[in-house]
Ligand binder design. Structure first.
Ligand SMILES: [Zn+2]
Ligand SMILES: [Zn+2]
Length: 766
């Protein structure tokens, strides 16, 4: 008995193994057809389809998941096509026998013996209808059932169902026929979508509606008899009118969608875009471009980042994607442009952390020559001795270039390279000091992301385009204290790039920096507060400049409108002052630690263990006579008739500039002429040109006049100014030339001891 049992058992094992082996062999010989390519679908944060793209074989084939589809549609399809779907293993033997019988008795070849799984097999690899192909289809159905779950098979089916022309899948059909996502289909619409795939090429919803309605009603009646749906729902469905038009797949946020398509893998992408906010930004951008169009500015771009999770919530690459005359399809968010002065915020923040600066420390904003590079300010004016805060908020050029020189070009470029400015990294070897005034390339995306680090307490995060629960790792690029200082300085209202506040009733507080590129080609305004970082660019995609273009006048009004619309009435809490940021007393004129000679002391911020502690060297005690007309040194100090008085002693360049520009400057009087100490000598004595001569020059001939001055032996450098503009520096006795272009010339020579000499000459041209 036992032996018999084992024999039987062995026999069954052999059979099972043989079947398995056969399956493995067949599976190897006839592998499952490849998965179809699906359309890329891009969704907004609220689940609205922004757009979809044709597949490479030009199909609308939107991948459909079960939970995206109205349960009525699934119920109708299962009842109609394959009511045993969840019970069979790919093939329904009863249906096959029934179909076979029907074929013989009625010669009919219609009854669907094909299960949903078999239909999927056919849709994956359409073949001629032969008995052999039917067999491979059956085998393929087994393979599908083994490799995929029922849910996955049904999803494939819903995604591949043909709906005529290039429309495949119920989701594509739902948008194109009914202009709605498939979970919003009515029962009537669901039944029609179940019917059309039977004959997709003749059942076209906008052409053969009568036929579709009659088929629909046939199934309504059948469903009623079979009690698949409630009668009242089916009566409603029967009375529902049928659409006469087709719709297009939506095209919302086109530049954003294109960016996602090009940069993020996968066929369905759920993005962070806030559709309401996007539409608001699009409207405001278009309105502003229309407003400045007469000024020769035809386009703009806006990027809005939600600082909570560094997610992109609005993304407008141009004012009008479809306007070809202004190259609307160019993406102004990723286009490389000159950043104007926007990078100054980065430089000052960097310098705060390096300990070089505090907000009240001073800069000389006077004409300066940087090895042949002589930048000017945007308004062509100079401001003398200014605070760091003033220099940043008013975007002064000389202080920024000086600071860049002090920080070191290489250090700063490496910093920018590591904080997402890819193009700047690539141009490294071509960049000069003008970098800080916009002499480099970047784009709105890099800039706006960078500015969001000020809102992120100095942490820079990757931009989020897709919804994710993961917390992103940020990189601390500034200290919290430095970010706080930038936020405070750039949210100040005492500045020239501002919009009339009375236009807004409840504008939230934010900080912003503007920029205007060389040749007035790009206007920038990048703003941030704890909630949002918003970047605005305005200009022309063909690169043309406009004399009316400036960050302050063209980009700032849009930035204000955006904050007003997006962050309106928010219960905004401003950034908290970090602990490492302390306050300290400084001399009001130098911004440095005061000495006993500093009269005016004010409060300034400093970063603990970072900001430098230099003491004020502006205020010095000097021996003078009683009416303060003669200065003494200890060498020539008389026994009586003198006093010790505190004077402000600036750098020689600043001192001369202040004097020439009539700033009230309490500078010490000239040194005692009778003093025998060597440095009591007079300042530079200009030898050429001379006030005693008349200069005749041929017009436009480029003829030059010699500049030459004598100085005492301690002087190492002389500085020449022509009509208050710095010209050149040289060693004493060195002969330099210049070619004048005006009639009246006021020529000053200044030495490195702060003494100066001037001549006024008239030039006659013939
Ligand atoms: Zn002082
Ligand atoms: Zn003396």
């Amino acid at each position: 008995m036992h032996f018999e049992l084992i024999k039987k058992y062995n026999k069954s094992v052999t059979i099972v193994f043989s079947i398995l082996l056969l399956f493995v062999l067949l599976d190897f010989l006839f592998p499952l057809p490849a998965q179809k390519e699906f359309s890329k679908e891009i969704y907004a944060k609220d689940g609205t389809l922004l757009t979809a793209y044709l597949t490479s074989d030009d199909k609308w084939r939107l991948r459909t998941e079960l939970d995206e589809v109205s349960p009525d549609l699934i119920k109708a399809i299962l009842a109609k096509e394959d009511s045993w779907f969840y019970w069979h293993t790919g093939v329904n033997p009863i249906a096959i026998v029934r179909a076979f019988y029907a074929n013989i008795t009625a010669g009919e070849n219609q009854l669907g013996a094909s299960t949903i799984t078999m239909q999927v097999a056919r849709m994956l690899e359409p073949k001629e209808r032969t008995y052999f192909n039917k067999l491979t289809e059956i085998f393929c159905a087994f393979q599908l059932e083994i490799k995929y779950s029922k849910k996955e098979i049904l999803e494939l089916y819903l995604s591949l169902l043909p709906f005529g022309g290039n429309i495949e899948g119920v989701k594509s059909a739902s948008y194109i026929y009914f202009n709605r996502p498939p979970h919003k289909l009515s029962l009537a619409q669901s039944i029609m979508l179940a019917v059309i795939p039977n004959d997709p090429n003749s059942l076209r919803l906008d052409r053969s509606n009568d036929e579709i309605i009659s088929k629909r009603n046939f199934w309504i009646e059948k469903f009623n008899n079979d009690k698949i749906f409630s009668s009242s729902d089916l009566i409603d469905a029967q009375n529902e009118p049928v659409e006469k038009n087709r719709y297009a797949i939506p095209v919302l946020a086109p530049h954003f969608s294109q960016y996602i398509k090009d940069n993020i893998k996968g066929d369905i992408t759920n993005t962070t875009l806030d559709l309401q906010l996007q539409l608001t930004a699009e409207n405001l951008l278009l309105r502003h471009v229309n407003k400045v169009f007469y000024k020769g500015i035809t386009n703009g771009a806006v990027l809005v980042i939600d600082n909570k999770n560094s997610s992109v919530v609005a993304y407008c690459g141009s004012a009008n994607f479809y306007d070809e005359s202004s190259s609307g399809q160019v993406n102004g968010i990723t286009a490389t442009r000159s950043p104007g002065s926007t990078l100054k915020a980065a430089l000052y923040a960097f310098a705060f952390d390096e300990g070089i600066l505090t907000p009240q420390m001073k800069f000389a904003d006077i004409p300066t020559d940087f090895h042949g590079y002589q930048p000017e300010n945007y308004n062509l004016k100079f401001h003398g001795n200014v605070t760091t805060e003033f220099a940043l908020v008013n975007s002064l050029n000389i202080p920024a270039v000086k600071l860049l020189e002090q920080v070191g070009m290489n250090n700063f470029i490496s910093f920018l390279e590591n904080t997402g400015f890819d193009k700047i990294g690539m141009q490294r070897n071509k960049l000069g000091l003008s970098l800080i005034l916009g002499g480099c390339g970047t784009n709105l995306q890099e800039l706006t992301r960078f500015f969001s680090s000020f809102a992120g307490k100095g942490k820079l995060y990757p931009l989020n385009f897709i919804t994710t629960d993961e917390d992103q790792e940020g990189e601390q690029i500034f200290s919290e204290a430095s970010s706080y200082l930038i936020a405070n300085i750039l949210s100040g209202l005492n500045r020239n790039d501002i919009v009339e506040f009375s236009n807004y009733s409840k504008l939230p507080k934010f900080a912003w920096k503007t920029g205007t590129s060389y040749g007035k080609r790009d206007a920038w305004a990048i703003g941030f507060n704890p909630n949002y970082t918003i970047g605005v660019w305005m200009g022309n995609f063909n690169g043309a400049g406009s004399p009316n273009l400036s960050g302050a006048e063209v980009a700032v009004p849009l930035l204000f409108d955006l904050f007003n619309a997006i962050d309106y009435n928010s219960d905004l809490k401003w950034f908290e002052q970090p602990e490492e940021l302390i306050t300290r007393k400084v001399c009001s004129e130098s911004g440095l630690t005061p000495t006993q000679y500093c009269n005016n002391v004010i409060t300034d911020f400093a970063i603990k263990n970072k900001s430098n502690n230099k003491t004020c060297d502006f205020h010095k005690p000097v021996y003078v006579n009683l009416d303060e007309t003669v200065q003494y040194c200890t060498n020539c100090l008389p026994s009586s008739g003198y006093k010790k008085e505190v004077f402000t002693v600036y750098s020689p360049e600043l001192s001369v500039w202040l004097y020439q520009n009539k700033f009230d400057n309490h500078r010490p009087p000239k040194h005692n002429r009778e003093c025998t100490a060597k440095f009591a000598d007079e300042g530079p004595k200009i030898l050429s040109p001379s006030e005693d001569y008349e200069y005749y020059l041929e017009k436009n001939s480029g003829q030059e006049i010699l500049l030459l001055a004598g100085s005492d032996s301690r002087v190492r450098t002389q500085y020449w100014y022509i009509n208050d503009k710095f010209y050149k520096k040289c060693r004493p006795g060195e002969r330099i030339f210049f070619s004048p272009d005006t009639k009246e010339l006021n020529i000053t020579c200044l030495d490195d001891k702060g003494r100066d000499g001037s001549v006024k000459i008239n030039v006659k041209y013939y």
